[in-house]
Design a protein around this ligand. Structure first.
Ligand code: PNS
Length: 162
């Protein structure tokens, strides 16, 4: 069974993430969406671990062969524990490349049994990021094209527009 781990902060999950998962399902048997539970980064996140996890679970609840979990510590250790053959990451633009390249090579060093697998999202989402969505939502801009309904609702609540 080909298992891919899709790690990220998912602060919050966007339609770009969903697009990537749908593409990966054509290639892998099982996708494990792994939400980073970094206490030391908690201050940088807009949403708490619980909020991020709830939104991801609600969004992906009807997707077969997709599991959601949180993880602490090294991604490489999770990959080993799950027996995954791939780490899934999205590449939107050249600006993503340097960080992703470093991370992929380091993860290969730490977990040589898994290859990082890059997928490009639909061209509709190449400019989309969780950070931009948060920025737009902060000023009550329209984000309905970019995020699932549950995320739109939670962002409005977070910024006091609901
Ligand atoms: O969505 P993000 O913020 O780009 O995801 C980054 C993430 C969570 C994939 C990365 O920070 C990570 O893997 N963290 C776990 C700790 C770890 O393994 N660090 C070494 C990476 S080479």
């Amino acid at each position: 069974m080909k298992i891919a781990v899709y790690p990220g902060s998912f602060d919050p999950i966007t339609n770009g993430h969903i697009d990537l998962i749908q593409r990966a399902l054509l290639i892998f048997d099982r996708i494990v969406v792994a939400i980073a539970d970094n206490v030391e980064k908690e201050r940088e996140y807009l949403f708490t671990m619980e909020e991020r996890e709830d939104m991801v679970k609600e969004t992906l609840k009807n997707m077969e062969r997709v599991e959601v979990m949180r993880f602490k510590g090294l991604l490489a250790d999770l990959v080993k524990k799950l027996g995954a053959c791939s780490i899934l990451r999205g590449l939107r633009a050249v600006s993503d490349f340097e960080y992703e390249f470093q991370m992929a090579l380091m993860n290969r060093k730490l977990a040589p049994e898994a290859e990082t697998f890059f997928l490009m999202p639909s061209e509709h989402y190449v400019y989309l990021s969780s950070s931009l969505v948060k920025d737009i939502a902060r000023f009550n801009g329209n984000i309905c094209e970019f995020v699932p309904k549950v995320v739109e609702r939670e962002l409005k609540k977070k910024f006091g527009f609901a």
